[in-house]
Design a protein around this ligand. Structure first.
Ligand code: TRP
Ligand code: SF4
Length: 333
């Protein structure tokens, strides 16, 4: 039996270069390995902190999956689905919540961090506290071995593992397996303002940007602050523009830029011009594919509906086992 890989993303809508060359390129890399793969849109998770924006979720789901596909995630090789179309996640979430100590949830680092960031009003709901329980259900219902995620999700995976041990111990049966995070190196990608690229900072570059918009953005992008004047030498590896060159420019040229930057023999304007060209060239086929898919939203929807049916089969199987383990063979239905 093939090992199972599973991951999910909240439906944030269109994806920026940080999402694409971070998480998504890891998913795409896994396509060529010998796993069974499930990737899903965590639309219920989007409600934990943003119930008031619920009407945007279907549109954001489609737009995000359009970007997945345009970037090269293959709907034939992976099962792509939507959390809310597989209701078994909710049943498992409910059952797990019966054995989850509230103190474990209050201890998850993102709990306090998010309250500090978003304020009490958006985070005082019970579903927000239960975020990690739903995430655990998402993962273990497929008996996933590996979960490709960023460092920020590792604590959630640890929580999942703890909950698996606790559940198996409680029902005295090895129903679930402990999933492992799959941490692959991701390139550091800064936004236009030198902070981490993020939708909420309004500093991101998107597939949906035209070539002209992209050029405009890069022209105003932060560079190494040491280079106040063109004659001041800089350190390329501290510069967000160079971080993008590392993705879009060939190795030899990168080395040249690094050297020229440190000797002040290249100006930032010229350096950016090269990046604009390389970046737009690399994104061109992806943007074309994206525009094509935007004309075929029903096709994208169909992929998600079919994928959700496939995922449901596996989820239903697991839930049979779970109900047996909890209620024993004499259960009512
Ligand atoms: N919490 C994840 C994030 O914010 C999204 C997510 C929900 C997820 N359920 C998951 C990721 C299960 C991996 C596996 O990015
Ligand atoms: Fe950044 Fe290029 Fe300017 Fe160096 S020359 S600071 S790498 S933009």
């Amino acid at each position: 039996m093939k090992k199972i890989v599973l991951s999910g993303m909240r439906p944030t809508g269109i994806l920026h270069l940080g999402n694409l060359y971070g998480a998504l390129s890891n998913w795409i890399e896994l396509q060529n390995k010998d796993y069974e793969r499930f990737y899903f849109v965590a639309d219920w998770h989007a409600l934990t902190t943003g119930f008031s924006n619920s009407t945007d979720i279907p549109q954001n789901t489609i737009n995000m999956v359009v970007d997945w596909l345009a970037f090269g995630l293959d709907a034939e090789k992976n099962t792509l689905f939507v959390q809310s179309l597989v209701k078994e996640h909710a049943e498992l979430f409910l059952l797990l919540s019966m054995i989850t100590p509230v103190s474990w949830l209050e201890r998850v680092p993102s709990y306090k961090d998010q309250i500090a960031q978003l304020g009490k009003s958006k985070t005082s709901n019970y579903g927000f506290l239960g975020y990690p329980v739903l995430m655990a259900a998402d993962i273990i219902i497929y008996k996933a071995h590996y979960v490709p995620v960023g460092l920020d999700q590792v604590a959630h995976l640890e929580f999942t593992r703890e909950l698996v041990r606790h559940f198996n111990h409680t029902v005295e049966k090895e129903v679930f397996i402990e999933p492992q995070p799959l941490l692959t190196e991701v390139p550091k990608i800064l936004g236009l303002d030198g902070r981490k690229m993020s939708k909420s900072y309004d500093n991101a570059i998107y597939l949906s940007d035209t070539e002209e918009e992209t050029a405009k953005k890069i022209k105003v992008m932060f560079t190494d602050p040491r280079r106040k004047r063109k004659s001041d030498p800089g350190v390329a590896k501290d510069c967000g523009v160079f971080m993008l060159h590392k993705i879009f420019t060939d190795k030899q040229k990168q080395n040249e830029i690094e050297k020229a930057c440190s000797q002040a023999t290249i100006g930032c304007v010229e350096c950016k011009k090269m990046l604009i060209e390389n970046l737009n060239n690399a994104l061109k086929p992806i943007r074309e594919k994206r525009n094509e898919l935007l004309q075929k939203k029903d096709y994208v929807k169909e992929i998600l509906i079919e994928g959700s049916k496939k995922a449901s089969l596996k989820a239903k199987e697991t839930m049979e086992e779970v109900r047996d383990a909890i209620f024993s063979k004499g259960r009512l239905g």
